[in-house]
Design a protein. Structure first.
Length: 124
């Protein structure tokens, strides 16, 4: 019974929290955000997130096993982001230091939240 409630309530919350982190970090570094870019960024994040199940919290004591889905999701998002940037769908003038800081902050925040969440559940 607890597992059913966990799957219905907590997992969508974690997924939405990941999206909110992404939106906040993106808006922090690119303040002139257009709605079409927001939809594209949402699409670019949700596809790898659903594929790798990064919103699920694995119950394991291994750091590598716990962080693997999030790492795959972040790197796939980065690959897609750069690919769509090269195609011209993201209308930034060029990849700058802001872009590098955006990705570094995204990696740090997502992996920190995932790491803390995974091990706080294992200890409890």
């Amino acid at each position: 019974m607890f597992q059913e409630r966990y799957n219905r309530i907590v997992l969508p919350f974690i997924f939405l929290l990941d999206l909110l982190f992404l939106f906040y970090i993106y808006y922090l570094y690119y303040s002139r955000l257009q709605f079409s870019q927001l939809l594209l960024i949402t699409f670019l994040w949700t596809i790898p997130s659903f594929y790798f199940n990064s919103y699920r919290i694995p119950r394991t004591y291994s750091t590598i096993t716990a962080l693997r889905p999030m790492v795959y999701t972040v790197f796939t998002f980065t690959f897609f982001y750069i690919f769509f940037y090269q195609l011209g769908f993201l209308v930034h003038s060029y990849l700058t230091v802001r872009s590098i800081l955006f990705f570094l902050f995204l990696y740090f925040s997502q992996l920190t939240v995932c790491h803390d969440t995974c091990f706080s559940i294992n200890i409890a």
